[in-house]
Design a binder for this molecule. Structure first.
Ligand SMILES: [Zn+2]
Length: 93
């Protein structure tokens, strides 16, 4: 650990509580976890909502979404591809 790095009072408290096997947020004994049941749940919820937001933001990038999109517009996409190929063939000849 880098001792020169300034740590906030909050972080110090969290590390101390962690070392003593207590909840980082309220100081209740909670070994072997880093948080008591209550705060673990809160953290999980926070994380879940964050993930949801992230997923919504990056929806178009996910494979699942692309797959759904493809299945939904399969016919249109195929038609476009066919048209494109036809046009290419005409250009070549
Ligand atoms: Zn707690």
């Amino acid at each position: 650990m880098n001792e020169d790095k300034p740590i906030s009072r909050q972080r110090k408290w969290q590390l101390k509580m962690k070392a003593e096997g207590r909840c980082e947020t309220c100081g209740k004994p909670c070994a072997p976890f880093t948080r008591c049941e209550e705060h673990r749940e809160i953290q999980l919820k926070k994380y879940a909502s964050h993930r949801k937001k992230w997923a919504q933001k990056n929806k178009s990038r996910t494979r699942e979404y692309r797959r759904k999109y493809y299945l939904k517009y399969k016919d249109k996409i195929m038609e476009k591809q066919r048209e494109y190929r036809k046009r290419k063939r005409l250009e070549q000849s």
